[in-house]
Design a protein around this ligand. Structure first.
Ligand code: UDP
Length: 324
């Protein structure tokens, strides 16, 4: 079976993908500096703790392990922080990726799956959003990913580096069989914050109810992390089979408002969600919903979790087992 190097494999989406890769028989090598990830989320023996900026070490590892393809997750993801500290995002996410791509060139590895984001679309003019929509990020996090996507276009033409960019919508949920779930520090994401509010009784703040949506709260496309993991496996198989470079939206195609998420949590947990209605959060578009037909048709992807309740149920089980 092919050998895959996974950067950021100790993080949230990375660890779920490593688990699925191994379940499917791939050999996996993880590189993670543990600045955000958790060593315990990676199988013993697979983890190499160092930074993407150690180009020679990366290239040597890829050569020694005879890596066939790379899945690149390692990145900072907090939109709010990126607006306050843009250099941190361009350095870690963009320059870090360039270091990785140079190491891949040194080691002769030319297949890559890249974690991109719906944030590359900024404030979309069309819902659901097709991949052909205008690319126009509205925060440094999104821009750091746009830059990498553009670099990958050039590397495709200049040296045949084939890449699949998966533009994630809202990752959520957990794999309780694997003991994996969402553990960001600090946590900024809606579903874990609502579940923590249910457990603690301390209200979660909802960011605005004056958006141009049916109930006034933002609409997002929540996709289970295991379904994102399976999209990576489809993408890596596509590249290993000689498939071409391309960008693919990874979302279910169904949007839920923040208030609908609250209602779904109440249904799943059987408890009231304590919340306060606050002001808007800077940089939040009204709606982000994927047109994921390209991923479904070209890569044969089909999400297994097709209701928000099923996703929340998995996150709820994880949250109760991992009280912090
Ligand atoms: N949100 C909220 N309260 C929070 C965190 C998030 O109301 O404490 C809203 C946020 O404004 C957005 C949605 O929940 O409309 C999803 O936000 P999240 O941070 O989970 O993901 P993002 O869309 O930023 O990637």
């Amino acid at each position: 079976m092919p050998k895959i190097l996974v950067t950021g494999g100790a993080g949230y989406i990375g660890s779920h993908t490593v688990y699925q890769l191994q379940q499917q028989g791939f050999s996996v090598v993880v590189v993670d500096d543990l600045s955000k990830g958790h060593a315990a989320s990676v199988p013993a023996g697979a983890l190499h703790v160092f930074s993407l900026f150690e180009r020679e070490r990366l290239a040597a590892l890829m050569q020694a392990e005879k890596v066939d393809a790379v899945i690149h997750f390692a990145a900072f993801i907090a939109v709010g922080e990126s607006t306050r500290e843009p250099e941190k995002y361009f350095h870690n996410n963009t320059a870090g990726s360039i270091s990785l791509f140079s190491a891949m060139a040194d080691a002769g590895v030319n297949k890559l799956v890249f974690s991109s984001t719906a944030a590359v679309y900024g404030n979309p003019t069309q819902i659901p959003i097709p991949e052909s929509s205008t690319i126009s990020a509205v925060n440094p996090y999104g821009e750091s990913k746009v830059m990498v996507e553009k670099i990958l276009d050039w590397l495709d033409t200049s040296r045949g580096l084939r890449s699949i960019r998966l533009r994630y919508f809202n990752a959520c949920g957990a794999n309780n069989d694997a003991g994996l779930g969402e553990r960001h520090d600090p946590e900024t994401h809606l579903i874990p914050l609502i579940l923590k509010a249910v457990i603690s009784g301390k209200p979660v703040t909802l960011f605005g109810d004056d958006y141009a949506t049916p109930d006034g709260t933002c609409v997002r496309d929540y996709v289970h992390v295991d379904d994102l993991a399976s999209a990576h496996i489809a993408a890596v198989n596509h590249l290993l089979g000689g498939g071409a470079t391309g960008a693919y939206n990874a979302g279910t195609g169904r949007g839920y408002s923040v208030k609908e998420v609250v209602a779904a949590v109440e249904k799943v947990t059987g408890q009231k969600v304590p919340f306060l209605m606050g002001p808007r959060r800077e940089g939040d578009p009204d709606q982000l919903v994927a047109d994921s037909s390209r991923l479904r048709q070209t890569l044969g992807w089909k999400p297994r979790f097709d209701t928000i309740e099923a996703i929340i149920e998995s996150a709820w089980v994880f949250e109760k087992q991992n009280l912090t």
